[in-house]
Design a protein around this ligand. Structure first.
Ligand SMILES: Cc1ncc(COP(=O)(O)O)c(C=O)c1O
Length: 392
């Protein structure tokens, strides 16, 4: 190297690999490609998700560390990390479905997922039947020879209906169809759908898994190696793969996931319970309250009830708007699962593409406010909510 010119030396900088020790924290492998000594190893790595690292769109050590971490937490065999939750959901749907296939999906779905399914129907002739999230008989009745998969969300957004995962997955298995579960709201701390019979679990890691409102990411976890390989190769074709820095931030967030989930759930309990007793509030939708339609199921399925809830203000839309203007600590913002408490008005934001009938069917009213509870001190949050309610 000493005989080389500076122009060449700065291009071919040293690449020392640690020997005799490994870093405590997973390093960020911020590289788009990898160098080989052996052309045969290079060629072999191109075609599979578990070979030598070749090119960042196929795999990357930091991204694989995230995939292995989430696969381990969910009890799956392997995972594909993507650039967003919708990247994971669409890689799974497009990787598993073809024109003419039929999908059974729960009625209460995250808005962009509902839109993705509607687009698949419109553009590729994939037919979709919606069923309640806790009705295995409706799954059995909806199955056709072309049915390929059942799509569920462990806890739905924003009214927090809980899916009957054991019953729904069993109905799908009897019919020989796959079950895909969006486990974003529960996180693997509250629920591991593969233990209840799911074949694929998807997450927006943007939410609880990363936990600090600074990352966009997704992951799909598989109960089976063949499913993983098929979706991985489609995600590579789509270019849906995760970025190493986002994967690294997510890994860092995951290390405090159990602690954060405990506080999110405890704070949600304080706020939901107190709101339920407040005269300005008509109803609170949190599956940890006995008044919630999913309470019995949630109590059997989940060790705690999550950090997201919605509530209806008795004064309707005007009261909802006044509440959102008056909170000081809670932030008026999209998303959920971060350390800070965020609130939004579903009818005009997350569910703005859903028509009036759809909103009514989902139980979303003009005065519904969604709360994604953070990890602040619960008394500070309640003081903020109480002063905002005084003004509605
Ligand atoms: C339940 C659920 N699934 C999927 C997504 C999509 O995730 P992303 O925004 O990371 O694409 C979201 C986003 O809010 C969500 O709430």
């Amino acid at each position: 190297m000493s005989s080389l010119h500076p122009e060449t030396r700065v291009v071919h900088l040293p690449r020392p690999v640690p020997e005799g020790s490994t870093p405590i924290s997973m390093p960020i492998y911020q590289t788009s490609g990898f160098v080989f000594d052996d052309p045969a190893v290079f060629a072999d790595g191109m075609g599979r998700p578990d070979g030598a690292y070749v090119y960042g769109r196929l795999s990357n050590p930091t991204v694989r560390a995230l995939e292995e971490a989430v696969a381990g937490l969910e009890g799956g065999v392997a995972a594909v990390a993507t650039g967003s939750g919708m990247g994971a959901i669409n890689a799974v749907l497009l990787g598993l479905l073809k024109s003419g296939d039929h999908v059974i999906a729960q009625s209460a779905l995250y808005g962009a997922t509902a839109q993705a399914l509607a687009d698949l129907a419109r553009r590729f002739g994939v037919e979709v039947t919606h069923v309640p999230q806790d009705d295995p008989a409706a799954v059995r009745a909806a199955v056709r020879p072309t049915t390929r998969l059942l799509y569920l969300e462990t806890i739905a957004n924003p009214m927090t209906q809980v899916a009957d995962l054991p019953g729904m997955c069993a109905a799908a298995r009897e019919a020989g169809i796959l079950t895909v579960v969006d486990n974003t709201f529960a996180s693997p701390i509250l629920c591991r759908p593969i233990e209840h019979g799911a074949d694929v679990v998807v997450h927006s890691v943007t939410k609880y898994l990363s936990g600090h409102t600074d990352v966009l990411g997704g992951v799909a976890v598989f109960a089976d190696h063949d499913l993983h390989r098929g979706v991985w190769s489609y995600a590579v074709e789509l270019g849906a793969t995760a970025d190493p820095f986002a994967a690294w931030l997510t890994l860092r967030g995951i290390q405090t996931l159990p602690l954060r989930m405990e506080r999110h759930c405890a704070n949600a309990r304080v706020l939901a319970t107190r709101l339920a007793g407040h005269p300005a509030v008509a109803a609170v939708h949190w599956p940890g309250l006995p008044s919630h339609p999913s309470y019995d199921l949630a109590a059997k399925l989940l060790p705690d009830f999550g950090g997201v809830f919605s509530f209806d203000l008795a004064g309707g839309r005007a009261a909802g708007e006044a509440f959102m203007r008056n909170v000081r600590l809670a932030l008026l913002a999209p998303s959920l699962g971060g350390v800070e408490t965020l609130i939004l008005h579903p009818a005009t934001t997350s569910h703005r593409t859903v028509d009036a009938a759809g909103l009514a069917a989902a139980g979303i009213g003009e005065g519904t406010v969604r709360v994604a509870v953070g990890i602040e001190h619960p008394e500070d949050l309640w003081a903020d909510f109480a002063q905002a309610l005084d003004a509605v």
